[in-house]
Design a protein around this ligand. Structure first.
Ligand code: FAD
Length: 292
């Protein structure tokens, strides 16, 4: 079992961390504290999300600029096509390049009316994520990640349409896919199999969401079309008023998920940190990565 090997026996491990741009001074303090704790784990990159409709454009840019220059770790900027023309999006990409950012997570994004509502591209805008990837490729030599959905994107008509879309994004020049959160490893492994059968060879990195707050994560999951299995809800039932037990159960659940994936041969992991470091530090250690 890979999870019983020493760290030295797992040299091919790659990890990355996702953050969101902080809104207040207090949140920004926690953001940097977490980045500085996680940076010594030598992630492939620390990525910063792009708020709905580009609402965090300036903050995303400021954070990735400082991650690159101050924290000594590569930064990746998320970018969406929502509500902007191609020229405007291209301008943002040039801003990332000038800030020293070499990695972009390229997404379509969701309409301002909410996830699940039909996406209407800007009249002069990129049509979808595949179109955006092709546009970024024309602007420079970026490392590009795209999104993948182990439970199928809610707007994909069927599995064939979903996998075809992923293939289009990779064929347009993306280097890898990162998955939406999922809690049943079997869903991820089945998705991987479907992708490989369709001729996709690029890495499909599992996106791991530690459950800092079951209530909050269940809300996120519902909005993005990820399901919460009954056994998982059962584990957290009644822990709303018991933060210590909740934290221990969350650690156990996430540890079980990543060690199982490691034993299945997975070597790359992306963590949705929600700007916190503790649990992710522990999970990285279980995977064999510790601060240098
Ligand atoms: P696409 O790959 O373009 O696909 C969206 C849907 O449209 C799919 O169902 C696809 O099959 C369908 N489709 C695409 N092209 C066509 C076509 N030509 N004809 C018919 N159907 C088509 N959102 C943010 O706002 N900011 C972020 O920072 C952010 N980061 C994310 C990071 C990760 C790792 C993931 C997994 C998601 C992230 N999201 C983010 C959410 C993402 O924007 C949404 O999931 C969105 O609904 C889809 O984006 P996409 O890039 O997968 O779109």
């Amino acid at each position: 079992r890979a999870s019983r090997k020493t760290a030295d026996e797992r040299p091919d491990l790659q990890i990355s961390f996702e953050f969101f741009p902080p809104k207040t001074d207090a949140m920004e303090e926690r953001f940097w504290e977490s980045i500085h704790k996680l940076a010594p784990l030598k992630p492939r990159f620390v990525s910063v999300t792009y708020g709905a409709g580009g609402s965090t454009r300036e903050r995303t840019l400021r954070m990735v600029r400082h991650i690159t220059s101050d924290a000594g770790v590569p930064a990746a900027a998320h970018l969406t096509c929502v509500g902007a023309s191609r020229d405007e999006v291209d301008e943002v990409v040039r801003g990332f390049a000038e800030a020293g950012v070499k990695s972009i997570v390229a997404l379509r994004g969701d309409p301002p009316e909410g996830v699940g509502k039909p996406f209407v591209p800007h009249p002069q805008g990129y049509q979808n994520a595949a179109d955006l990837v092709a546009g970024i490729r024309r602007l420079g030599d970026f490392d590009i990640s795209v999104a993948a959905y182990p439970e199928k994107h809610p707007q994909s008509a069927d599995w064939d349409a979903d996998i075809d879309n992923l293939k289009r994004k990779l064929d347009a020049g993306a280097n890898r896919a990162i998955t939406q959160m999922f809690f049943r490893n079997a869903d991820y492994l089945r998705f991987l199999e479907r992708a490989r059968r369709a001729g996709i060879t690029a890495p499909i990195v599992p996106g791991i969401q530690p459950i800092h707050s079951f209530k909050q994560i269940a809300g996120f999951a519902e909005r993005c079309g990820a399901s919460i299995p009954d056994w998982l809800a059962d584990r957290f039932e009644g822990l709303g008023e018991d933060p210590e037990t909740h934290a221990l159960v969350a650690a156990a659940v996430a540890a079980e998920q990543v060690t199982e994936l490691l034993d299945e041969g997975v070597t790359e992991f992306h963590f949705y940190t929600l700007n916190r470091s503790n649990l992710v530090l522990a999970l990285a250690r279980l995977l064999g990565r510790r601060p240098n």
